[in-house]
Design a protein around this ligand. Structure first.
Ligand code: SF4
Ligand code: SF4
Length: 705
């Protein structure tokens, strides 16, 4: 048995050395990235919560189990990796013990002969085998060859995925060969429990040579797999727990990250574009967490399958956005690590032209790693982040690249420039006079106090009206409905009127962080000077910015969306819808209310309280809701490629044959309203179909009563 041990151990040393070399390469490459001390700091300060997250997300596979068939298969295959580690312990024990004593009858001390362990090992191996069958069926059913762009695997490395399944299969069958042979030679540690190993033993001859062959094959397969894993997308086995550990909490949604340079939040008054990092212009502007995202992507395509841009024929796939950056990072890594970058920058003669071209390739550009059409197609809807089972933060990548394009390159869709100018000059995207912000109040038959420097003593909420809510005709209806409902319920509120300016959300989501910062600081000063504590907002973008982003700049308030407040008032009996609205209504989840802030229940609760309403969910709803197309500053850009996102959404709404479409966002209201009008003009929707805010439904039912 000595030669078996020598062969096994030599192979192990070689494989571990190869794998170790790769891991060192990955580590050094990530270290070329920007620091992200806040990720480590957060994890250190929330050890208990992080342990819980690991248990739920990594060991419990929460996100994957939402995709029932593939999630269940993955659950068993992943647990097989943990449990079958004990079989490898036994295999190495047998290898060494066989060399020393001549009998490879090793068992793990204390628990090594326990039948439960033997059963568990066999059970999980059989379950993993069934998991492989399920994966195979899923991959065949969703094959890009069959579904083309509609396949979530389109663009993924298919060969690597099939090889991975093949290697897991090899791990399992060699395990049963080794264990079955050991049962026959009397070297097996378990007298019962290992049902599958015993069944295999029944069909094998008794042979020590077969046992040694099985043992070497089992170890050899694992070693080949180990080297493959660290060189492939299967690296996520090791990096996923780390990526989950260092991801933003509670998820990569809600607040956009402040701009950082050298690990510190950028102070625009002191920033220097020559020395500071302004977003991401080259791959090494990515933080090490960004590199960890690259290493962790499993190429599963769940993000791609949910992306509204991808689903309407645009070139953006969140999966490919990560993979293209990863491939570029790997391509330039040898030169960067060898310090060739300096040579390339000075045009050194000994650097080949193709390497120079590679090193000088812009991260974003017509000839860049990421095409501008990809970058500007994103609506920041968050569907990719929500679905990613390994917590990759696509929006952070996109925003950082946009920031560089806007602030350093001045390169962005020209039509968005008008919006930026209007924000800068007038404090709203339409460039309207600030005096118009209070005009809607004149259409009410009660007084709405406008804050004059200080919030009046008896006022509980500041009603943040938002630019659309104050200036856009359709959104103004929601504003008036909410004001009336608060008035009826006896909630004291005031508005800022002309003192209110855009929260800065469209500027920030476009990448113009400087302008966002300016508007945010101005608003925070106004709010803090007025002594505002509680805010109610009708626009989910304002709501998200006020609640989640203003604290980054020193503005911390208790912020609610109007649907949250109204649902509570209905619950408390302060608002009682009486008049039936006998309509079938389908509710559209605004991304910045739903996915970004997890407000799914309250708008539905309000609708449920209105007598006569028959709610009908669309196929894509709640955390899988489909964007209207307006987020990520897309509201201010032309949609030239593919099908319009709002058209796609309205077509889905029409499949429920609704009398009304409801929502809870002024931008969704406009986008869906436009698409409905187009459908009406084409004779594809009934003339009476309209889109309304849930607040409008509620006031209709209350007022008519
Ligand atoms: S945020 Fe939405 S639009 Fe942007 S990449 Fe992700 S899924 Fe696509
Ligand atoms: S980014 Fe996440 S969801 Fe998308 S392919 Fe990679 S692992 Fe899957």
């Amino acid at each position: 048995m000595l030669w078996v041990a020598i062969a096994g151990l030599v192979a192990t040393v070689v494989a571990v050395a190869l794998a170790g070399r790769r891991v060192l390469f990955l580590y050094r490459l990530a270290r070329l990235g920007q620091p992200a001390p806040e990720r480590i700091e957060y994890a250190k300060q929330h050890v208990g919560a992080e342990i819980k997250t690991q248990l739920v997300e990594v060991f419990g596979q929460r996100k994957l189990l939402k995709w029932t068939p593939s999630g269940t298969a993955h659950f068993f295959v992943m647990w097989a990796f943990f449990i079958l580690a004990t079989v490898y312990l036994e295999a190495y024990g047998a290898l060494i013990q066989g060399a020393i004593t001549g009998r490879p009858d090793f068992h793990i001390p204390l628990i090594g002969t326990w039948p439960v362990l033997g059963f568990l090992q066999d059970f999980i191996a059989v379950a993993a085998l069934l998991g492989l069958v399920a994966f195979t069926a899923i991959r065949i059913k969703n094959s890009p060859a069959k579904l083309g762009r509609g396949s979530r695997f389109s663009g993924s490395h298919l060969g690597g995925a099939w090889f991975t399944l093949f290697m897991i299969f090899n791990v399992i069958w060699t395990m049963f060969l080794f264990r079955g042979a050991a049962v026959n030679t009397g070297n097996f540690p378990y007298s019962s429990g290992a049902f599958a190993s015993e069944a295999v033993a029944a069909i094998l001859p008794t042979s020590e040579a077969l046992e040694a062959t099985g043992l070497l094959l089992h170890i050899g397969v694992m070693l080949v797999f180990l080297v493959f894993v660290v060189n492939s997308k299967h690296l996520h086995i090791f990096t996923a727990p780390l990526n989950v550990l260092f991801s933003r909490r509670p998820d990569g949604l809600g607040a956009a990250q402040p701009m950082r340079s050298g690990g510190k939040v950028l102070d625009f008054e002191e920033a220097d574009p020559e020395t500071d990092v302004f977003g991401r212009g080259k791959i090494t502007d990515t933080t090490w967490k960004g590199f960890l995202d690259f290493y962790t992507c499993t190429e599963c395509g769940r993000c791609q399958s949910q992306c509204p841009a991808w689903n309407t024929g645009k070139p953006l796939s969140p999966k490919m956005l990560i993979l293209d950056q990863r491939d570029h990072a790997f391509a330039v890594a040898p030169y960067l690590l060898a310090g060739d970058k300096a040579g390339a920058g000075t045009g050194a003669e000994n650097v080949p032209q193709d390497v120079l071209a590679l090193l000088d390739k812009p991260l974003v550009g017509e000839e860049g790693v990421i095409h501008p059409d990809v970058l500007w197609s994103c609506t920041n809807c968050g569907a990719c982040v929500e679905q990613c089972p390994v917590d990759i933060e696509h929006i952070d990548h996109i925003l950082d690249m946009r920031r560089y394009q806007v602030m350093i390159e001045s390169s962005f869709p020209s039509e968005a420039g008008v919006m930026l100018k209007n924000l800068e000059n007038k404090g709203n995207p339409w460039g309207m006079s600030e005096m118009k912000r209070a005009e809607w109040i004149e259409e009410l038959d009660f007084e709405v106090p406008i804050v004059d420097e200080k919030m009046p003593e008896d006022v509980e909420y500041l009603f943040w009206v938002g630019c659309a809510g104050a200036l856009e005709d359709r959104a103004k209806k929601t504003t008036k409905a909410v004001a009336e409902l608060l008035h009826i319920a006896g909630v004291k509120f005031a508005v800022l009127g002309p003192m209110e300016a855009c929260t800065g959300d469209p500027a920030r989501r476009l990448g113009m962080e400087f302008l966002f910062s300016m508007l945010a600081q101005q608003n925070i000063e106004t709010l803090n000077d007025a002594g505002v504590k509680k805010i109610v907002a009708t626009c989910p973008h304002c709501f998200n910015t006020l609640a989640n982003e203003y604290p980054q700049l020193g503005g911390t308030y208790e912020v609610v969306h109007h649907t949250q407040l109204l649902a509570r008032l209905v619950e408390e009996g302060k608002l009682t819808p009486i008049t039936p609205i006998e309509e079938k209504i389908t509710y559209h989840d605004p991304c910045f209310l739903g996915r970004h802030n997890k407000v799914y229940a309250q708008p539905r609760d309000i609708m449920a309280k209105v007598p006569g309403v028959r709610a009908q969910e669309m196929h894509r709803c709640k955390d899988r809701g489909f964007c209207c197309g307006a987020g990520g500053a897309r509201m201010w850009m032309e949609e030239r490629i593919g099908k319009r996102i709002n058209t796609e959404r309205v077509e889905e709404a029409l499949t429920t044959d609704p009398d009304t479409v409801s929502t809870a966002c002024p931008f969704c209201l406009v986008m869906l309203g436009d698409a409905i009008n187009e459908k009406k003009n084409a004779g594809q929707a009934k003339e009476t179909l309209e889109v309304v805010d849930v607040a409008q439904l509620l006031i209709k039912s209350i007022k008519q009563g």
